[in-house]
Design a protein around this ligand. Sequence first.
Ligand SMILES: Nc1ncnc2c1ncn2[C@@H]1O[C@H](COP(=O)(O)OP(=O)(O)OP(=O)(O)O)[C@@H](O)[C@H]1O
Ligand SMILES: [Mg+2]
Length: 508
Amino acid sequence: MTAPDKTPAPALRLEGIVKTFPGVRALDDVSFEVRHGEVHALLGENGAGKSTLMKVLAGMYQPDEGRIFIEERPVTMRSPLEAKARGVVLIHQELSLAEEMSVAENIYLGELPRRSFGRVDWKTLYANAQAILDRLKCGFGPKDRVGSLSIANRQMVEIARALTVDAKAVVFDEPTASLTDAEKVVLFDIINDLKARGVGIVYISHRMDEIFTLADRISVLRDGAHRGTLIAAETDEDEVIQLMIGRKLDLSRHEREAANLGAVALRVEGLSCGSLFEDVSFEVSEGEVLGFYGLVGAGRTEIAETLFGLRQPTAGSIRIGDETVSVTSPADAIARGISLVPESRKEQGLVLGMNCRDNITLPQVGDLTSGPFVSDGAEVAIFDQYRDLLKIKTPSWRQAVGNLSGGNQQKIVIGKWLAMRPRILIVDEPTRGIDVGSKSEIHALIRDLAKSGYAVIVISSEMPEVLHVSDRIVAMYHGRITRTFDVDEVTEDNLVAAISGIGQDKVA
Ligand SMILES: Nc1ncnc2c1ncn2[C@@H]1O[C@H](COP(=O)(O)OP(=O)(O)OP(=O)(O)O)[C@@H](O)[C@H]1O
Ligand SMILES: [Mg+2]
């Protein structure tokens, strides 16, 4: 006797969800479900409504219309704690930790174990937290202050938080954006483990390779509407992207005109900063894009921070144009024409409560007010220019940046640094968290910036990205440059070898 082939009941189901914000219909009659033991990927361009849908699911937003079912029973989710109590956990795209508190307190926030008289049971707290950190193979302890952790480690704390509940469904909203490859492996193990135990997983990411590694089904949102649900094994990247952006994307390596090089803009010789990086030499000319490729931790970000005056070198020299300089602070760097679009944009780049226009024009208010009047119109014109250039999705310049989708917030930071019109622009992981459509636009933008005379340094952990935008590529391994390639001569194998330290002694 064979059991009838029955599709398992969904762990969780959303039906006809509508959610509006002033000027934005973020979700328009969206239905979505995740089954027990399934990884259901949710895709869509920046601002498509992915995070909003999941916030409705997790009790952070109340929908205007629509219903939520857990195991086919209708429920309401009035708060995140209520959702958690029902077994639904959301791991946020934006980190939402209390920085001054310990790791353990953050993991059990709102639910600290208590003894009689309501006193916190610290011993149990630390022991429980330690067990979860062990499961995640974290290299920090339950008593560490969250504020002292790296971004990647904070992300691990967010994930640890989700593992404290006996979950029916766990939502990961772009969890890998700041993780190293090793941490990703641990995360994927955890996801597969949850899946094997029958938990329904919702996975949001802009990285197609991850989607196709993990997902059983893929649902696509576009402009707040559900555009389709596909079975991962029966579809491919092209079909998914077409659903996402409503057109085909040309991802081929563009035929590039040879760079039209101007003067050397920046020359670095024998630069070291303690053991973070050592004896680094390179130059970049006006009109050129120099890519820095290497593993997370190879020292690339630290070089950028040194050029931007955030760190002081322990040896070596920096020349800008004809002048040997010491860059003592970011203000000094900006005055010398160097801009850095940082890796962790949210922390270093934005004032979330301030509107979009002011975030972009903030650093140059000095220029705009030099006349007799503060020129509001000029600022709006600048904002409009960058909104069009970067395709920033917002109902108006008056919107607070904190209300934009994650990817659109990143575009605002990029716009802010571009608006300063630097001579030398350094971008660290320019397309992290950016959807595939905008990604190719940002790549084109970087090429255009070089063409119009900027010297551009692009730091990236994505090989297709460095190959796509760079004229030359610097490969780094453990704080040292192992090799510099012309993009025409480089092969993927050479590049992988160079960043893994293979054959490092043989090459000059
Ligand atoms: N609290 C809010 N107030 C006003 N508008 C909001 C708010 N939250 C989201 N929105 C708007 O709703 C739309 C959907 O945003 P959402 O964050 O869901 O996008 P997303 O698909 O997660 O994008 P991303 O890939 O960039 O993270 C966007 O236009 C966004 O600006
Ligand atoms: Mg989002």
